[in-house]
Design a protein around this ligand. Structure first.
Ligand code: SF4
Length: 204
């Protein structure tokens, strides 16, 4: 097999890491540090993240949907509580290429905030307060409402007798942070139900 040239073996993120280390080393040398000290200083950041788990995700805030990498400590699979200690832009993501706006750059504090809603909440008819509920409860509730409303309002034929198969009493707003595949499945599901009012966060 023909060997690949070095530049095609490197991911963009890997290249930026190398380039960043190179720039840091050069800068440290310019400040009077010797080569050994500059080399150590340039790699401090990598040691900080060396024992973490990297997880790719999408910024939760706006419809630009920038790619992020979340670094967490704690082995989730060993029953430990994983905690995110650092989040940065994903240099391999085509949308943002490693950059984040100030809001996205501060997303670690949002993720770790004590006031962030982490479970579904429900306010019963006539109640004056919200309560935490399970995902099973919430999904069953949504499914029940969808079925009941569709049974009551689905229109198969219009007044002229033309088949229309439409359901206009429910609307759906899809998220812009999903993949093409998620978007395709969402579109097919919603349209298959007959829903006409359908939009995406990317247009908001
Ligand atoms: S980083 Fe900023 S621009 Fe990118 S998705 Fe988040 S809020 Fe939007």
């Amino acid at each position: 097999m023909q060997e690949q040239p070095i530049h095609s073996q490197l991911s963009r993120r890997g290249f930026l890491k190398l380039a960043g280390a190179g720039v840091a080393t050069t800068s440290m040398a310019a400040m009077g540090f010797g080569e050994a000290e500059a080399h150590v200083a340039a790699h401090v950041r990598q040691f900080k993240l060396a024992t973490t788990t990297e997880t790719r995700n999408i910024c939760t805030y706006c419809s630009v949907a920038c790619g992020i990498i979340m670094y967490s400590k704690g082995d989730f699979y060993a029953g430990e509580k994983a905690r995110i200690i650092h989040i940065e832009g994903d240099a391999d993501h085509p949308t943002n290429k490693g950059t984040l706006c100030p809001k996205g750059a501060a997303i670690k504090d949002f993720v770790n905030s004590d006031t962030r809603t982490k479970v579904p909440r429900y306010r019963a008819p006539g109640a004056d307060h919200w309560e935490d509920v399970s995902w099973d409860f919430a999904l069953d509730k949504v499914a029940r409402h969808i079925k009941d409303d569709r049974d009551a309002n689905f229109v198969e034929k219009n007044e002229a007798g033309t088949t229309v198969n439409r359901w206009t009493s429910m609307g759906f707003l899809a998220a812009s942070g999903g993949t093409n595949e998620t978007g395709w499945i969402t579109y097919k599901t919603v349209r298959a139900l007959g829903v006409l009012p359908f939009d995406n966060q990317a247009r908001v």
